[in-house]
Write a protein that binds this ligand. Sequence first.
Ligand code: HEM
Length: 365
Amino acid sequence: MRDKIEIIKEIYQIGDDMQERKEALQKIAPYVDEIMKAFYEKLLQKPQIAAFIPLERIEELKKKQIKFLQDLLTLPFDEKLYKRIAQVAIAHYHIKLDPLYMSYGYHVLSDLILAQSQKDPSLLPYLKLIIKYLKVAEAIMSEEYFAQKTLAESPYRANDLFVAINILHMAYVRCQDSFARMEVDKEAKEMFEHSLQELQPYRRILEEAGFNLSAIKRFCTQFANEPNKQNLEHLRHSIERPLADLRVSAYLSTDSALVLLRTMTDIIYRRNVTKEQRLDIPIIKQTIRRLLAHNFGWAIERLDFFEEEPKEECDIAKLLAYKDHIFYIVIDCADIANKLYVLESIDLILEAIKLTLYLRSKEEK
Ligand code: HEM
């Protein structure tokens, strides 16, 4: 993240301008409410963008926008501010707002801010500074939007790992014949070494499973140089146990994929978070807690609910709403090798819950 911050500083020539930024905020403060009102009016005029704006949340969103502008103009330009901006990008990523619409929003906001100079031309330099910071925020949000997309697509990388492991298995099986003869089959050895090479990108994940690629390669060379019983034992020891462990992990992963599918189906079709006739917030929280505990209890390190947006860092912080009541669920996951996938799965479950809560709220209106 530091690298990105440095590049952004260079592009936008950000130096020590804290005083000027704070002054700019003071100058614009009297007009901020009016600007936000016009901002949402403009966005609502475009049906494709209006579809993303829940009318009942506009007042809350205005307040959040103003707080965002305040942070942008009063916080030092460092990792904390970068993360703050990234979180806003993530919020829009989750509602699947097209990045082009996001840019349109920035364009509208910048225009409205610049228009204030017609009232008082002396505001112009301050307004230009604010617009520069909006541009910075837009750049960070595009970057983080892209990062989220890459992250969401990452399960395909797991598929590459799956294929590479299968190839290694087959290559190892092919070596077995020559092991029995205590000889080196040159072709089988090359194939085996090639399959080890293919696994290099996953070295770290594999180490967690006791699979040390460089040790295996070393023992393989030792056996090739001196095909004797002791060297064969070393080679077998370094590979057979971890391969068996991986087979167990594959079984567990299939199981957790099934768990995810079953939970999603239960939430969406059986409405198991919203089916109580008399639904209220404590019941919803209790059900969500039970559901996540049953399915991901092994991976969750912390699960809390908050009325306000949580300030501290966490793996997942998601806004949920039932009727007019808004609350946040916060989850931290244990430091496990497949954390990324567990987080994706929990996030999917929470999205499904969010959807059913929204539908139930609509039914009751
Ligand atoms: C142009 C189209 C835009 C639409 C349709 C839109 C819509 C939304 C919606 C629906 C949310 C609530 C997300 C949630 O809590 O699930 C939200 C949050 C937010 N938006 Fe936007 N937005 C737009 C542009 C912008 C722009 C240009 C900015 C900043 C300059 C911005 C700043 C924020 C902030 C600060 C939040 C609160 C994020 C949080 O809760 O962490 N939005 N927006």
